[in-house]
Design a protein around this ligand. Structure first.
Ligand SMILES: [Zn+2]
Length: 332
């Protein structure tokens, strides 16, 4: 465990400050003490100012004040100190530098959501294998992965057998299937693509993540195909395929999906996946996200996405409080 595996967050971004490096050598009780930050750990139901002491790569003490000597001390006053964040919708595996960059943002576990399909799955598996933190893959049902002309505009690319073979060979890294369903990705094939992606996912009993919004088919046609454990990303997509109607009511098919255990994920992104008036309406209807995610790539620092803490902070202005289980996800 080192400093980078912690995150301390302020409204202006991520920052940690080393304020002292003691020289007690073997007499030091701890390797690192993070002092005075607001520690949020929903798993232990902690939300308060604490000192966190680390020894031998493990949390050794979590107290109001840790006085014992440490090799390194971080002043985290005015910052949040949280366990590692898991980003379930990234494109970290599109670039060899991706995993290390998002680790700097406090992301200690990432999932690449459909950058590649069966044809080039080895490329993203290699990056997951060499990642400094755990990285996993959702395989794109489109066998050629993300294509400028649309992953599954040509329906033959939604190849069930090719995806199954790729998963069978890489079962420890592929944790689900991704179906991108926008009109410029799947066109009128969206329903059939979703059906095929679900065939693949169910044969391995793994989740399917769908990219919603901007589809040709209305959501009430698509959502009944989702099973417990599946994930809907870009949940704040604007009309015409928003999860909420013009009267501020969550669509019945959407509410039913949540009741049967489908997860709803932020998927911030930059291409019209989130519009503030829509976010406002959905949050005010009490339909909060189950998971945060960025739709991150190596260029995100210069876009509205920035990083995971930035995406997360957008929801602090609503009634969502940091100790709610829905707000943060952790590596156990
Ligand atoms: Zn994405």
């Amino acid at each position: 465990m080192n400093r980078r595996q912690f995150i301390s967050m302020s409204s202006c971004g991520v920052a940690v400050f080393v304020i002292g490096r003691d020289t007690f050598g073997a007499a030091e009780k701890y390797d690192l003490v993070i002092k005075g930050g607001r520690v949020i750990d929903p798993a232990r139901k902690i939300d308060g100012v604490r000192d966190v002491a680390i020894a031998g790569g493990r949390i050794a003490a979590l107290e109001t004040s840790v006085a014992a000597a440490a090799a390194e001390t971080i002043d985290a006053r005015g910052k949040l100190v949280v366990p590692g964040l898991i980003d379930i919708h990234t494109h970290a595996a599109r670039n060899a530098n991706g995993p290390a960059l998002c680790l700097e943002d406090g992301v200690t576990g990432w999932i690449d959501a459909g950058s590649q399909g069966a044809d080039h799955i080895d490329d993203v598996i290699a990056i997951a294998k060499s990642s400094p933190q755990p990285g996993r893959i959702l395989i794109n049902i489109g066998r050629a992965g993300i294509l400028p002309e649309g992953d599954t505009m040509d329906l033959t690319r939604a190849d069930v057998e090719a995806a199954r073979n790729a998963i069978a060979k890489n079962r420890e890294f592929i944790v689900g299937v991704k179906a991108r369903l926008s009109r410029d990705v799947a066109g009128t094939n969206d329903f059939e693509v979703l059906k095929r992606a679900q065939q693949v996912a169910t044969s391995f009993k793994i989740p399917l993540m769908i990219h919603m919004g901007q589809t040709m088919s209305p959501l009430p046609r698509l959502f009944p195909l989702l099973k417990r454990g599946d994930v809907v990303t870009h949940m704040f997509a604007p009309p015409p395929n928003s999860i909420i109607d013009e009267n501020g009511r969550i669509l019945p098919e959407v509410a039913a999906a949540r009741r049967r255990g489908v997860w709803f994920d932020v998927g911030n992104g930059v291409t019209g996946h989130m519009r503030w008036d829509v976010v406002d309406k959905i949050m005010k209807a009490g339909f909060w996200p189950d998971t945060f995610s960025t739709d991150w790539n190596v260029n995100s620092r210069t876009t509205g996405v920035v990083d995971f803490p930035n995406c997360m902070s957008k929801f602090f202005k609503y009634d969502m409080t940091p100790d709610q289980g829905t707000l943060l996800m952790f590596l156990e």
